[in-house]
Ligand binder design. Sequence first.
Ligand SMILES: [Zn+2]
Length: 510
Amino acid sequence: MKAAGLKRRVLLQGGSVALLLGVHQIARGASILAVRVWPAADYTRVTIESDARLNSQQLVVGSPPRLAVDIEGIDLNPELRELVGKIKPGDPYINGLRVGQNAPKVVRIVFDLKQAVVPQVFSLAPVAAYKHRLVLDLYPEQAVDPMEALIAERLRDAPKSTGGNGNGTSNGTAVATAPTAPPAPATPPGAAPVRPTTPAGDPLGDLIAQQSTRPGPSTVAPPVVAGNDRPTAPPVLVVPAPTAPPARPVAPPPPPVAVARGGATASRTDRIIIVALDPGHGGEDPGAIGPAGTREKDVVLQVAHRLRERINASNVNGSPMRAFLTRDADFFVPLGVRVQKARRVQADLFVSIHADAFTTPAARGASVFALSQSGASSSAARWLANKENDADKVGGVNVGNHEAQVQRALLDMSTTAQINDSLKLGGAMLGEIKGIGARLHKGQVEQAGFAVLKAPDIPSVLVETAFISNPEEEANLRRVDYQENLADALMRGIQRYFAQNPPLARSRQL
Ligand SMILES: [Zn+2]
């Protein structure tokens, strides 16, 4: 009776959702334990946690864009109803949702979308603190391109970073909208005076110009319709999808952006130096949790923000530096995607930031890790690498995603040169961390098979800033002055590395 009323309401509001086909009821029931929503520019994730595995079917409706998901074997309960209130106004993809008992033991969720999405729906077996999870990832049809995100951020910051010279804003705008950005000024009729689009001193102008002449953006972690042959990935029935392009494969990295201006010498580069900062964990994966409840994913993002400020205000021999964050919000980024994003922006360095727990609260001190091709440098390093590599299980990746598998295979081509450079970078950082009085867990850079350090062409280190499982270090990690000192030390380490290993123009040749 109550259920029937809800059903009618959902069907009325859902319109063509009523076309949903063949829902098979199953006998056993499950209880919903929790629901979580992780909105982010890359994708929005909705997680439904239950005490038994859930089966679902979903339907994408084109206009207006909606996604209907029928979850079988459950009754509508207060936890599930909470989902409605968990959609935030700033969610890039979800406008709102309705939930109702569509049939006995079948709950229907209808998402009203802000834009068309390509959903990935998959199940995760219990792991860590979680029971069974049904995951709905809503990806845009055109994936967010990290390079474009970097450029957009640069343009947003332009008024601040260019100070009082008045060039930044108008120049940035002109560059962003110019289709070809010729080196000579081009004044559109009737437009305000336009400055040269690529003045010396703003190499990002070249970057932007080059970007705007390339064909459309490539995808990172391209959404793959969850219609593969794995039992955990029920089929998506896409009804009217008049313009939906297929998920596109990841494009190779763009051509080098090094800009050799007249008179440039081989000994220095006149281009932007990009440092990829990789705050560990995020979203469903809190990382380690300290005795007072501090979450690793939160403090490492704060440290990354502080380091970003320093990088964006620095240069290497006159070439401006720019930080690129693999995640800039509380959502989960799979390890392979972190590497992929850094490669996409042709990062010169990759710095993964963590604050892990150890088995005993007595463990303390900072440590820095590089990749190893032949086993770990210590059992602790191996233990930590295994723990970090489990992030994908806790955070939740769609292992049936073929693209992800291909990417993982590609990243197994690590090189000795990359590891040698990573050891140098790690050594420079370790020396600076020691300088701020932080204890070191080990006096040298350690090595193990960290998946996130596998960019074959980018010197990559993983910094364990402290052990969050140690009460004193947990308290330090929460302190602003400690985070500032840490960011200062890491920045000095980066500068020391570049002083001894100047970035070459050809280093952008991937
Ligand atoms: Zn970690």
